[in-house]
Design a protein around this ligand. Sequence first.
Ligand SMILES: [Zn+2]
Length: 423
Amino acid sequence: MKYTITLFLVLSTLAVSAQFDNFFLDKTMRMDYYHSGNHETEFYSFDELIEEPYWGGSKMNLVDTFEYGNYYVKVFNTQNDSLLYSRGYSSLFGEWQTTREAEETWRTLSEAVVFPYPKQEVRIELYGRNWDGVFEKKFEYTVDPSANYFVKQENRLTYPSFDVHISGDSQKKVDIVILPEGYTEEEMGAFIEDCQKFAKDLFAFAPYSENKDKFNIRGVLAPSRDSGVDIPADTVWKNTLMNASFYTFDSERYLMTFDNKSVRDLAANAPYDQIYILVNSKKYGGGAIYNYYNVSVNSNAKSAQILSHEFGHGFAGLGDEYFDSSTSYEDFYNLKAEPWEPNLTTLVNFENKWQDMLKKKTPVPTPDIEQYYNKLGVFEGGGYVAKGVYRPMHDCMMNTFKDTKFCPVCARAIQRMIDFYTE
Ligand SMILES: [Zn+2]
């Protein structure tokens, strides 16, 4: 019986991977588009299609089963409307829409979606999640790569890549590409060392520590003209490759970049599932957005915790479990809908979260008192608000760095994502 099941799995595996070869080539198509609007309105407009040399993703799990993120890309076969590929993601534009600035002005940001390079005509559809948590179709674009000679084949920022930690074939591993921001030509040696430290830091914490053999990490040797990064409030401006900056949305430690094209162009130098931007700075800061990109500094004393925390956002879609720090967001979560992040709940649909992991006698909500500090529960406060959003544990890596562990709910979410990319 066991043999039969194994054989069935092998056969179905072959069928799915044949599905990839029927429809896709082993490289990436990227669609750049512009996302414009203000706090209540948004528009999407097409920019360009680009061919990139590697496909770093799974060839088995083409359709996303998590339903995380504020946006979704779906790629359909136009001949029979079958879904070939999908992926959830979030974006800096989506965060910006929740800031005060978005109530006062309009803004346009460049964004991109990537998917394996189609052999025949496909329809690319973009979806956005509304305030009630439901996806609505916002945009579509049809392309037949065999007949469309406008798909760009030039790589605008071509640089050599190097191996940091390789455990196997890209399609069966989580592939991280590390991009250097604010390292000069003379500092490329320091960047290589920082990439080694990145791997050591990432694998220092469970569940990454037990999954070392499921990751590939590569770096791109791309020097910036200046050393360091922009700090607008201190009038520090540096000429760097990806234009990253502290004070994103006027939050001092929020270190991000609006220059999506440079980030994507640089990332295309290696196969990737996740983009990690390592910034050459001692100042505390970072940021990450689910399936968008991750940023952290290289040499702050807390850099190991910062990178694990940020990668929790970017890779596993984890939400922030803190609520007592100042952020630039207003009404980030709708308290009448269940947030999509696996480690936050409004108790609207808690059954789909970590209810299965709770001990029967654990009170819901769980009092935030010493008796429960090391227990899994449902603690009020999280997602930037003290009321109405609940987190799984008193402390966690997604809350403070006092207890440098992921709570069991975050650890499970990370493990599930690793499995998605590697099974
Ligand atoms: Zn957690």
